[in-house]
Design a protein around this ligand. Structure first.
Ligand SMILES: NC(=O)c1ccc[n+]([C@@H]2O[C@H](COP(=O)([O-])OP(=O)(O)OC[C@H]3O[C@@H](n4cnc5c(N)ncnc54)[C@H](OP(=O)(O)O)[C@@H]3O)[C@@H](O)[C@H]2O)c1
Length: 307
């Protein structure tokens, strides 16, 4: 099998594309022949070395948190899937940029037949993040107003659709060229954050989903209704600012959860959710990661493991 390897923290230029022995599935694990691997900001955050205190890795390592592909072998006691099943999942914090991976079967779900494998490979991390933010942390309800910052990216494009499905009113921030895309996904109001300060245009909201952090998060307290929730997977909201706004701030790390992903898969199967992907060859993971690092991708970047 082949995999992208990182020998030292730094930049994507240092990626090596190497032949390696096939991994062997352990107890409760399956071997997956990978069709595609999703690219996420966590991949360049880990590569930069900024997370090594919290996520110590043995070098060299293979980047990538999610894949879609076909089950090729079962480890001991693995019983949820059969050889030949098409699956997808958020497999771990690293390991996905490869033509074969092993993954714990409880992190996987059957791939919806309506969703091509390359599209599916970009779904798990962002869809689980959006779902957990909206339904577990913010507990959104029909009729609520939800402001989503970074709406055109991977998590944001899922969150806009999931909030719309719940019956919420979605307000999104994005660059001008993404406004038509976000209206198609279900946003009622879209604000070009490059041109306007969102707090001058947004009527009070029940929920802010912050996918940007920094000043964008700080300025968001002013548009939250008392009792509202600001949820961010990017950085922890300041408790004093939350208290001053009479609101709640929540920070979380996404949990890999095969059962929850299977529920999300049903929304793709019935056509309620869709994902836009840009496909690059696995051998060009370096350019894909550089593009993600530029912070203006729309939908998801995915790597085709056959190229
Ligand atoms: N803690 C966790 O477990 C966890 C899990 C998932 C994600 N995250 C974090 O959540 C963030 C979002 O992830 P992602 O996968 O959605 O990233 P992404 O796909 O790379 O997001 C790219 C999008 O960000 C938008 N953007 C950039 N700056 C913006 C700004 N100032 N205001 C509004 N939009 C802006 C861009 O929109 P335009 O091109 O339209 O400008 C682009 O569409 C990342 O920081 C990621 O690390 C954390």
């Amino acid at each position: 099998m082949k995999a992208i390897r990182v020998a030292q923290y730094g930049q994507p230029e240092d990626f090596m594309f190497e032949n390696m022995p096939s991994p062997v599935p352990g107890k409760g694990e399956v071997l997956i022949e990978v069709a595609g691997s999703g690219v996420n900001p966590i991949d360049w955050k880990v590569l930069s070395g900024a997370m090594k205190a919290f996520i110590p890795l043995q070098l060299p390592y293979t980047p990538g948190v999610e894949v879609a592909g076909r089950v090729a072998a079962l480890g001991e006691d693995a019983s949820r899937f059969s050889v030949g099943d098409e699956v997808f999942g958020f497999i771990d914090i690293v390991g996905g940029y490869a033509t074969e991976v092993v993954a714990s079967e409880d992190r996987l779900a059957h791939r919806p037949s309506r969703l091509p494998a390359l599209h599916a490979s970009g779904v798990p991390a962002v869809a689980l993040t959006a779902w957990q933010a909206l339904h577990e942390h913010a507990r959104i309800k029909a009729g609520q107003r939800v402001l989503i910052h970074g709406a055109a990216g991977g998590v944001g494009s899922m969150a806009v659709q999931m909030a719309r499905i719940t019956g919420a009113i979605v307000i999104a921030t994005a660059s001008d060229h993404n406004h038509g895309y976000l209206r198609e996904l279900g946003a009622s109001q879209v604000i070009d954050y490059n041109e306007m300060r969102f707090e001058a245009l947004v009527e009070p909201v029940d929920v802010v989903l912050d996918l940007v952090g920094g000043d964008t998060q700080t300025r968001s307290w002013s548009v939250l209704k008392p009792g509202g929730v600001l949820v961010s997977p990017v950085s922890p909201p300041d408790p004093q600012q939350a208290e001053a706004a009479g609101a709640t701030g929540k920070h979380f790390a996404t949990r890999s959860d095969g059962a929850q992903l299977q529920g999300i898969a049903a929304l793709f199967e019935n056509g309620e959710l869709a994902i836009e992907v840009e496909v690059l060859p696995l051998s060009q993971a370096e350019s894909a990661l550089r593009k993600s690092w530029g912070r203006h991708t729309r939908g998801k970047l995915v790597l085709d493991a056959s190229l």
